[in-house]
Design a protein around this ligand. Structure first.
Ligand SMILES: [Cu+2]
Length: 125
């Protein structure tokens, strides 16, 4: 009985491989597509899946006019409202604002948000 179920599992596994292979060549794209099938997201952790689905960018913006921690906080509050922003960290000592955002974030809006908070975005560094 035990041997039989092992055989069934083995058969299913082989069938699975055959299905995957025929899928790989069905589109006529040959090797490249076959490799894509092999690296199907079966072994991906949820974190890897998230980053694969939505690519992110990280940028540092030079900002003039910050003099204390609450300056930095008000920039963070303002920039966080921009579409696509994931994380904002302003540093008044360094005079920078670091952002992590979705790839398609509108940097012009980020700059505007910094201006809106009362500071001067100098540019990306
Ligand atoms: Cu301040």
């Amino acid at each position: 009985m035990k041997g039989k179920s092992v055989l069934i599992i083995a058969t299913l596994a082989v069938a699975g491989i055959i299905v995957a292979k025929s899928d790989a060549f069905a589109c006529g794209e040959g090797k490249t597509h076959g490799q894509e099938v092999k690296s199907a997201p079966t072994f991906m952790s949820p974190v890897m899946l998230m980053s694969a689905e939505s690519e992110t960018i990280e940028k540092t913006i030079k900002v003039d006019g910050m003099t204390c921690g609450s300056c930095a906080k008000s920039i963070e509050r303002s920039v966080k409202k921009v579409n696509g922003i994931i994380e904002v960290k302003a540093d008044y000592k360094a005079g920078t604002c670091k952002i992590k955002a979705k790839k398609d974030v509108n940097m012009e809006e980020v700059f505007k948000a910094i201006e809106k908070a009362g500071f001067k975005p100098v540019g990306e560094i």
